[in-house]
Design a protein around this ligand. Structure first.
Ligand SMILES: C[S@@+](CC[C@H](N)C(=O)[O-])C[C@H]1O[C@@H](n2cnc3c(N)ncnc32)[C@H](O)[C@@H]1O
Length: 248
């Protein structure tokens, strides 16, 4: 663990993983400097706050944010529970350096690691929570299965996994659960007008494995208990699903 306000970035990659490709946050590496501005403008921060609220992290608990990018979900977790011991993992070194700068500016402790979702740098049963936002659709089929297996391994019995991503059952239905979506009228018209933009920001083929019960089924196959969608809403970049599961 770091001392208060110390921020470290550790490279957890094996020599083979150093040559491995990944899909960066904004789709292309050169867009990284705009990532935070764009996601702030697109109202992604309230989604992070919602993940932190749903995760229900307690004082002093150990949390790993998988696919943390520039750290925004980690910061939402720390804002909700300042005594949580939060680590972020991402293959993108440049995004991690941004997260580290932000953590230092905010004077919060954050451990940052460079690595992949299917090999988590944590001991068996060592974590209380694994969280992840908008990252799973960046991970291929084998990587997703590896992530579910690894999340199960690193969580203690009773530990929880909370995932936010595009997908779920809400595609096109406008069936928000009271968190800001629109069923018809203005919201429907807006979705229609922004459709081409939405599909450019989040290509349908990346979201396909998350549709319907894609994420809960992935987690159930890895042995999680009670994996289910706990909330969903229609974000301006597309329907998003919040999924939670417990390690028995
Ligand atoms: C859309 S960004 C989300 C970042 C952050 N979680 C947020 O909510 O702002 C997706 C992130 O997934 C990361 N990523 C891509 N492939 C990954 C993998 N195999 N394992 C872990 N993270 C990955 C990207 O580098 C990127 O930072």
């Amino acid at each position: 663990m770091t001392s208060p306000h110390e921020v470290r970035v550790v490279d957890h990659r094996t020599p083979e993983e150093r040559g491995r490709s990944f899909l960066p946050g904004a789709g292309r590496g050169w867009l990284l400097p705009f990532y935070d501005v764009l996601t702030r403008a697109a109202a992604v921060r309230p989604l992070h706050r919602r993940v932190a609220e749903i995760a229900g992290i307690g004082p002093g608990q150990a949390v790993l944010d998988v696919g943390c990018g520039t750290g925004n979900l980690s910061f939402a977790v720390l804002a909700a529970e300042p005594t949580a011991r939060v680590s972020g993992l991402d293959p993108d070194g440049a995004a991690l350096r941004r997260a580290a700068r932000k953590a230092r500016r905010r004077r919060v402790s954050l451990d940052l690691g460079q690595g992949y979702a299917d090999r988590l740098p944590a001991a068996d049963a060592s974590l209380d929570h694994v969280v992840s936002s908008l990252a799973l659709h960046h991970v291929d089929e084998d990587g997703r299965r590896g992530f579910a297996r690894e999340a199960f391994r690193v969580l203690r019995p009773g530990g929880r996994l909370t995932i936010l991503d595009f997908g779920g059952a809400g595609h096109g239905a406008g069936d928000d659960h009271g968190t800001g979506g629109h069923g018809h009228g203005r919201g429907h018209a807006l979705r229609h007008l922004t459709g081409p933009l939405r599909s450019r920001v989040v290509p349908a083929e990346l979201v396909a494995p998350n549709l319907d019960d894609g994420i809960p089924l992935l987690l159930a196959e890895a042995g999680f208990e009670d994996a289910r969608e706990v909330a969903r809403l229609d974000h301006r970049f597309g329907p998003v699903t919040f999924v939670q599961a417990t390690r028995p």
